[in-house]
Design a protein around this ligand. Sequence first.
Ligand SMILES: Cc1cc2nc3c(=O)[nH]c(=O)nc-3n(C[C@H](O)[C@H](O)[C@H](O)COP(=O)(O)O)c2cc1C
Length: 265
Amino acid sequence: MNGMTKPNISVNIGQIRMENPVMNGAGTFGYGGEYKDLMGKLGAFVTKSITLQPKAGNRVPRALDLNMGCMLNAIGLHNVGLEALIKEKLPYLRQFKVHVIVSIAGDTVEDYRKIAKILKSKEEIVGLEVNISCPNVKKRGVAFGTDPKIAYEVVKGVREEATKLTVITKLSPNVTDITEIARSVVKAGTDAISLINTITGMAIDIHTKKPILADTTGGLSGPVIKPIGVRMIWECYNCVCKDANIPIIGMGGISNLFKGLRAIY
Ligand SMILES: Cc1cc2nc3c(=O)[nH]c(=O)nc-3n(C[C@H](O)[C@H](O)[C@H](O)COP(=O)(O)O)c2cc1C
């Protein structure tokens, strides 16, 4: 650094002390192997969301390139499952010497509890990110993260089981009022919130007049969603997180640091 002192950009998220505030979004780095060169540079790494049993995900086509870095995906939580995570992926991740946060998902509140209970004793992990954007099979497939009561139950369950792990709750933007959900999960004891997950969208092939994705709708991500993420973070900060002193991990469309925005009128 030519004699210059290294700036201190460390942050605390719950019990996790990160050297820098940069993390990947769950599901965009798999289990770390595809981005080996970047792993050691992250403040913390978040795995693909893990379910109790492995999942093959949705039918293809399940991802669509919308150009300019944006995409629609309906991957459907394709993941190796809890057992393979513990036996193969966590030992593999040790080499990177990076804080590991496991993203967890389930079909029922009980699933989340069970995963948290099993993962709490794994020394490779510092935290859990609770993905509440998935469908609740006991409530006609309505996502956990769209109902403040169910979001509360899930996070409370994980909080009770996970004991010493830092609990982060990842919010879905597919709601009318995100502050209601944020308030619920803070009440349930989350240490931090992260947002936003993808925004439900749909694309139609004008020739076949049919949806392009096999599952009809998918989650929109990429630079175009950033203003929505920023707005929701601002709402959560003002309404809940500022007073409760809850850190917010912002994501959605972040693609560069230095490119400024310019008003056009
Ligand atoms: C292919 C793909 C897979 C994803 N898988 C997950 C996942 O397993 N769990 C989760 O919480 N979010 C998942 N996400 C959402 C991202 O973590 C992130 O919240 C979202 O893509 C918005 O950020 P971005 O615009 O920077 O991609 C996935 C996103 C993509 C594009």
